[in-house]
Design a protein around this ligand. Structure first.
Ligand SMILES: [Zn+2]
Length: 339
């Protein structure tokens, strides 16, 4: 079965066999890291369920009205539930609205689909409210949830779903994919394959939006400046990143995510594990830093950055969080990037 999805063949086979055999579950939970293809696969499944002219049982045509509207997430029987503007989480009222909608018979096609992407962003009350639907789903309704970490969900929610775990592609396959489908040169394809860690959706986004790599480049320069910097220079950087209220959080997430990826690479090297580096273009700086740190101090830095990212989800003082984090860094000088 070809669903025009890269990788995840077993999942495509499973889901298309559910459609072809008319023996689907009423709820599916797609688990995997961001950018791995969870939503794409969920939408393909929705297309296969509602396609009016499937080329084969369990397939989807991609051109009928239902297929096109589902791909654009603008289908009258597709309910998309994401946090409201200005909110971090899906709230209970949104689940109640969804329940009213899906209690109605499908309007234009065979099934109503409820898509709840990134369902880790949900309040406990909302999750509990959804549980009622999962326990007694209305006829002709299929719920599709995606989540990056299954631990965020109630066990009772998980147990009501068919769990589809998606893993990233290998670095080599991702590189080949970028070369073949996007025409990237080998070096660029290799860099993006490593940076995306084989998450195809992320790799495509990076290949199609050059500003992502450009802003990473700025991040690298800031990072290498800050590594040997003294306390007051680091405080200045924290102030700079958080000075505008509107962008402080986004800036912080972006900066800390990059720092975390560097410290993870350092930890990989310091611990002698054979995992591939993410920042493959900074291999020299990673090696040099790892040689100056112990495994346990590298691990502590990774944990501190992971915790900082989690704290950014709540209402913290961004500047203070950045300052605290930057004070945990060792003061090191490493070689500049060779161009
Ligand atoms: Zn179709």
């Amino acid at each position: 079965m070809d669903w025009n999805v890269y990788g995840h063949e077993w999942a495509v086979d499973l889901l298309s066999s559910h459609v072809a055999g008319k023996r689907w579950r009423q709820a599916y939970l797609f688990v995997g890291p961001e950018g791995v293809g969870r939503r794409t696969l969920a939408l393909r499944f929705a297309q296969a369920l509602n396609c009016t002219q499937p080329p084969e049982p369990g397939g989807y045509c991609g051109v009928c009205r239902d297929c096109r509207q589902i791909a654009a997430m603008q289908h009258p029987d597709l309910s998309l539930v994401v946090p409201d503007e200005g909110h971090q989480d899906i709230l209970i009222d949104q689940i109640r609205d969804l329940q009213h909608t899906i209690a109605l018979a499908p309007y234009a096609s065979a099934y109503r689909i409820a898509l709840l992407p990134d369902f880790q962003h949900v309040t406990d009350q909302a999750q509990n409210a959804l549980l009622k639907t999962l326990e007694e789903p209305p006829d002709k309704v299929i719920l599709l949830l995606t989540v990056n970490a299954i631990e965020r969900l109630l066990p009772t929610v998980i147990s009501r779903c068919e769990v589809i775990r998606l893993r990233p592609a290998s670095i080599g396959d991702t590189q080949l994919f970028l070369h073949e489908t996007r025409g990237l040169e080998p070096e660029q394809a290799a860099l993006i394959a490593h940076l995306s860690s084989g998450r195809i959706g992320t790799a495509i986004r990076m290949a199609e939006n050059p500003e992502i790599l450009a802003s990473r480049q700025e991040g690298i320069e800031r990072f290498l400046d800050l590594l040997p910097a003294k306390r007051y220079e680091r405080f200045k950087a924290a102030e700079e990143l958080s000075k505008s209220y509107d962008t402080a959080r986004t800036n912080a997430v972006e900066a800390i995510s990059f720092w975390l990826s560097f410290w993870r690479d350092v930890f990989v090297r310091a611990s002698g594990t054979a995992l591939p580096l993410v920042n493959v273009d900074l291999a020299a700086q990673v090696e040099e830093t790892a040689a100056k740190l112990t495994e346990s101090s590298a691990r502590a830095l990774v944990i501190a950055h992971e915790e900082a990212l989690q704290h950014l989800d709540s209402n913290v003082n961004v500047r203070l969080l950045l300052e605290t984090l930057l004070l945990k860094w060792p003061q090191l000088s490493v070689a500049a990037i060779s161009k």
